[in-house]
Design a protein around this ligand. Structure first.
Ligand code: HEM
Ligand code: HEM
Length: 169
């Protein structure tokens, strides 16, 4: 089944935005670029939040057609686990980043949450989580890409083509 174009667009814009957010977050954290990286990061983060909301909403409302019948049960299970983990990671990034950004002295958030909570010990926990998530992202995204490479290079099936922007892929 080829993914609907809306989901293809959401998948690749989200992926590109996540790369930009990871780079800007690290540039800020290692003090390579100062506050400009964090300003970009917060605006990008708010855009990501909207995309994630639309993506998950679309997936909940519309059912996808039948998946590739050639995939073994363990492949289907592993792929579903990894994709579920990626959705969870997106939500965890958005929530933890949002709380953290609400506690900044000059936040770029349009609707920051309660600043006292964001700066409390509980709020600090969200920062810790936000910082730790990059390792989880590294592992899960690597599995996702390795799975895609297996289908493209070993099985030579349509898995990647089904989500690529052009039909050729
Ligand atoms: C941060 C970046 C990425 C995120 C968050 C992400 C997330 C996801 C999610 C959640 C799905 C499942 C869509 C659904 O069925 O509901 C998916 C599907 C897919 N992604 Fe990614 N992805 C990312 C990057 C990539 C990259 C770099 C590749 C290719 C190398 C890729 C290849 C695929 C493929 C082939 C599918 C379809 C899998 C299938 O049909 O079972 N993704 N991705
Ligand atoms: C997938 C999305 C995201 C990724 C990959 C990401 C990645 C990162 C990374 C790598 C850092 C540097 C901390 C470290 O060393 O690990 C960081 C910091 C930060 N992020 Fe994100 N982030 C994302 C989403 C968000 C969102 C949605 C927001 C809020 C709107 C946000 C707000 C922040 C803030 C405020 C910091 C600075 C924390 C501090 O050191 O005070 N992030 N992010």
């Amino acid at each position: 089944m080829r993914y609907p174009y809306t989901l293809i667009l959401l998948h690749w814009t989200t992926a590109a935005l996540m790369v930009a957010l990871a780079i800007s977050g690290l540039l800020y954290s290692y003090q390579i670029v100062g506050s400009n990286a964090l300003i970009f990061h917060q605006w990008g983060g708010q855009l990501l939040m909207i995309l994630v909301f639309i993506w998950i909403g679309t997936r909940l409302v519309f059912r996808l057609g039948p998946r590739n019948p050639d995939h073994g049960w363990w492949e289907k299970m592993l792929a579903a686990l990894v994709k579920g983990a990626l959705y969870l990671l997106l939500v965890a990034y958005v929530v933890s980043g949002y709380v953290t950004a609400s506690g900044l002295r000059s936040t770029e958030l349009v609707f920051p949450i309660n600043v006292a909570f964001a700066r409390s010990d509980a709020g600090d926990l969200f920062l810790e989580i936000h910082i730790a998530l990059k390792w989880a992202l590294l592992v899960v995204l690597s599995l996702h890409v390795i799975g895609t490479l297996k289908h493209s290079l070993i099985d030579r099936d349509d898995t990647f083509r089904n989500i690529w922007i052009t039909k050729k892929g």
